[in-house]
Design a protein around this ligand. Structure first.
Ligand code: GAR
Length: 192
């Protein structure tokens, strides 16, 4: 199974996924796609020998650009790892239950437009939550609303800063996200 990882920023999850599947004979991180040319995720991917492609907003929304690109790399599954734009409808339709996203909060809380990265952790802190966590879900055309695949939780102490909360949640992502991806992909792997 060739997968594409879609990114917009730092790329810690992207790198973690590439390393996790580096020696897999079932999952191949075949392509990293970014909507930002300055995304550090691109540097991480290139260092690890994974092809990268930067796409503009117009290209992302153009099926005649994206579908041939994904076909060129034989992509059968897409993982959003810190990818901020909404996924266009044609892509969701072309990859039914084959696009998943990681979100840095316990959806359905703290999801939707504007809820990404540190904005999420700031909102969690402002609300006085006693726990936070990560959610992996299927992608639909509506932001952060697809069926939830897995959630992992961590408690928040009253004295925790926004950075502390972000760090705790990030540790969950590093620990659990690749395994969740692997489990979702295992349904597509035919054992002979
Ligand atoms: C991750 O925390 C991910 O959960 C979040 O962006 C970060 C990307 O970090 N995703 C969202 O906020 C999606 N709404 P990374 O680039 O270092 O992997």
């Amino acid at each position: 199974m060739n997968i594409a990882i879609f990114v917009s920023g730092n790329g810690t999850n992207c790198e973690n996924l590439i390393r996790y599947f580096e020696h897999s004979n079932q999952v191949n991180c075949a392509l990293v796609v970014s909507n930002k040319s300055e995304a550090y995720a691109l540097v991480r991917a290139e260092r690890l020998g994974v092809p990268t492609k930067v796409v503009s907003k117009e290209q992302l929304h153009n099926a005649d650009v994206m579908m041939p690109l994904l076909q060129q790399y034989g992509i059968g599954f897409i993982v959003l790892a810190g990818f901020l734009p909404l996924v266009p409808n044609y892509l969701v339709n072309a990859f039914p239950r084959r696009i998943i996203n990681i979100h840095p909060a316990l959806l359905p809380k703290y999801g939707g437009k504007g809820m990404w990265g540190h904005h999420v952790h700031e909102a969690v802190k402002a609300a006085g939550e006693r726990e936070t966590g990560m959610t992996v879900h299927y992608v639909t055309p509506v932001c952060d609303s697809g069926e939830i695949i897995a959630q992992y939780r961590v408690s928040i102490n009253p004295g925790d800063s926004v950075d502390d909360i972000a760090e705790k949640e990030h540790q969950l992502e590093m620990k659990y996200f690749p395994k969740v991806v692997e489990d979702v992909l295992s349904q597509f792997i035919v054992h002979c």
